[in-house]
Write a protein that binds this ligand. Sequence first.
Ligand SMILES: [Mn+2]
Length: 308
Amino acid sequence: MDKITEIIRKYSRFEIITHIRPDADAVGSSRALGFALNSMGKSMRIWYPSPPDEILLMTPAPKETLVDSPEYTILVDVSDMDMIGGIKPQGKIIVIDHHISNDGFGTVWWVDPQRSSSAEMVYEILLDMGVDIDPHIATNLYMGLFGDTGGFVHPNTTPEVLKIAYNLSMKGASPPAIAERLKKNKSLTHYNIVCLVMKRLIINNGVYASYITKDDLVSLGARPEDTSGVVDAIASIAGSRLSILVREVDDNKVHCAIRGRDGQSARLVAEKFRGGGHNLAAGFTIDGSAEGLLEEVIREGLRCINTA
Ligand SMILES: [Mn+2]
């Protein structure tokens, strides 16, 4: 981490890139870092490899003043170069990330899978640099923390996380406002998808799996954001040890989201299909059809929860 703060102090032009399909942590930690850079008189810009959900963009956004030629590119919440969707970093690469599948890359990296979120790591960097945590920064960091802990529910909700959440709320983040945005903002279409997915649920020794096709999404009039969190609905069922949702995305491509309850089952399954993520929340994208892939993922899931 010291190397990173040293570079940030010394240089003045940065770009921040986060991962494709940006989540609350990706947007929150990128924006918080952006505000901090601005407050230090640096110029910066933020790249999202694909558009974040509108709801995530409701947090305050920092001013982007960098026109071109950043000295450093800061990859936030990015575990490998495939996650930035083909964007070409313009500067030397700094990585701040907490994915266990990240082996470290770039010029300087700080990867700590023990951390709940990249927001937690950015918070530490900002404290170390003596940045004033204003309400804008606090709101964005709290959103990241809340997102990656599933609203302070997942096993990564450590005492340290709660302490940081407390500090951020003292600095102006509003817990109910952020919770309302992230938890009480589902579309009816989302629940129509959940209904369909539950009707098709396959239950096999603790593995709970379902799928959704492109045709389903068209006939329900669903937008991509309506599918977010569907796998968590499966994972909230009593008795589900490993939850799997296979969803058709683009032509002949399927995305599989996996949630585990213990061990490292979700990540182990994802890695079998060349994906990755966290021990208990992982995923991958692969060619094929949803129904075709489902059996295969279930088989792998059963193997992983029985050996892990
Ligand atoms: Mn994250």
